[in-house]
Design a protein around this ligand. Structure first.
Ligand code: B1M
Length: 210
C-alpha cells in the first residue's frame, strides 16, 4: 500500500513529523493499526537495520530513524492497546545495563499493556539492582528484560543471579528477549521464558500469571 511505503520511507529518513502525520492519516483512512506497524514502521526499521549492517548508514541516521519509529508508535499505541479496568498483573520492564536500544522494549511494553498488565517501564541502560528494587516496590509479578547487543545479554544473568542471592528468584516470573537472545540462552541463565516477539511475550505473560 502506497501510504505504508511512504511511512517506511520517511522513517528511514528520520522524518518524525512526516511519520506522525502519515500514521495519523493512515488511521483516519481506516488502515489496520497492525498493518501500519508491520508494513510501515517495522518494515522501515528493518531496511535501516540492513543498511546499518552493511555500513551504508551510520549511528546518527539510525538514531533519527529510531526517534521517528518511537514517534509513530506513540500515535499507534491507543489503537493497538485497549486496556481493561482491572490489571491482570504488574510488569517491570527495561533494557539491560549498557544497552540503549528501546524500540523492541517499548513494543513489548505496549503489547503487555494491551494484554491487561500494569506497566512499570524503567527505561534503558538499567542497573541490575533497579529491576529488583522496582519489582519489590511496585509488587510486580513479572520482570521483563530486553537486550539487543551480544555484549549486554550477560547482564540478564546478573539480574537473575542477584534475585537468587536475595532469595527472591521464585517470587517473580522472569522473561527475556531481544534480537540476539534465544531459547537456549534463556534456559542457560535461568529465565522462565524467552519469546521472539512482542505479541508472543504478551500472550505468554498472560498465560503465566492467570
Ligand atoms: Co544498534 N545495533 N547499536 N542502534 N541497532 C543493532 C542491534 C545491530 C544488530 C546492528 C548491526 O550491526 N547489524 C548491532 C548489534 C550487534 C551485536 O551485538 N551482535 C548494533 C550495534 C553494534 C550498535 C552500536 C554498538 C553501534 C555503535 O555505536 N557503533 C550502538 C550501541 C549503543 C548501546 O546500546 N550501548 C548502537 C546504537 C543504536 C542506536 C542508538 C543508533 C539505535 C537505537 C535507538 C533506540 O532504540 N532508541 C540502534 C538501532 C535502531 C539498531 C537496529 C538498526 C534496530 C533495532 C530495532 O529497534 N529493531 C539494530 C539492527 C537490527 O536489529 N536489525 C541494531 C526493531 C525492534 C522492534 O526490534 O528490538 O529486536 P527488536 O525487538 C523485537 C524482538 O527482539 C522482541 O520483540 C520485538 C518485536 O516484536 N523483543 C522482545 C525485544 N525485547 C524483548 C523482550 C521480551 C520479548 C521479546 O521479553 C522480555
Amino acid at each position: 500500500m502506497e501510504l505504508l511505503e511512504e511511512i517506511s520511507g520517511f522513517l528511514q529518513k528520520g522524518r518524525a513529523k512526516n511519520v506522525k502525520a502519515l500514521v495519523t492519516q493512515a488511521l483516519e483512512e481506516g488502515i489496520d493499526p497492525k498493518a501500519i506497524l508491520n508494513e510501515g514502521l517495522l518494515s522501515g526499521m528493518m531496511i535501516i537495520g540492513e543498511k546499518f549492517k552493511k555500513d551504508e548508514v551510520f549511528v546518527p541516521e539510525v538514531l533519527v530513524a529510531a526517534r521517528a519509529m518511537n514517534a509513530g508508535l506513540a500515535i499507534l499505541e491507543p489503537k493497538l492497546v485497549e486496556v481493561g479496568n482491572e490489571p491482570v498483573g504488574k510488569v517491570v520492564i527495561g533494557t539491560v545495563k549498557g544497552d540503549l536500544h528501546d524500540i523492541g522494549k517499548n513494543l513489548v511494553a505496549m503489547m503487555l499493556k494491551g494484554a491487561g498488565f500494569e506497566i512499570h517501564d524503567i527505561g534503558v541502560d538499567t542497573d541490575p539492582e533497579k529491576f529488583i528494587s522496582e519489582a519489590e516496590s511496585v509488587g510486580a509479578d513479572v520482570i521483563c528484560m530486553s537486550a539487543l547487543l551480544t555484549t549486554t545479554m550477560p547482564n540478564m544473568k546478573v539480574v537473575i543471579d542477584m534475585l537468587k542471592e536475595k532469595g527472591l528468584r521464585d517470587k517473580y516470573i522472569v522473561m527475556v528477549g531481544g534480537a540476539p537472545v534465544n531459547e537456549a540462552f534463556a534456559k542457560e541463565i535461568g529465565a522462565d521464558y524467552y519469546t521472539e516477539d512482542a505479541t508472543t511475550a504478551a500472550e505468554v505473560a498472560r498465560d503465566a500469571v492467570l
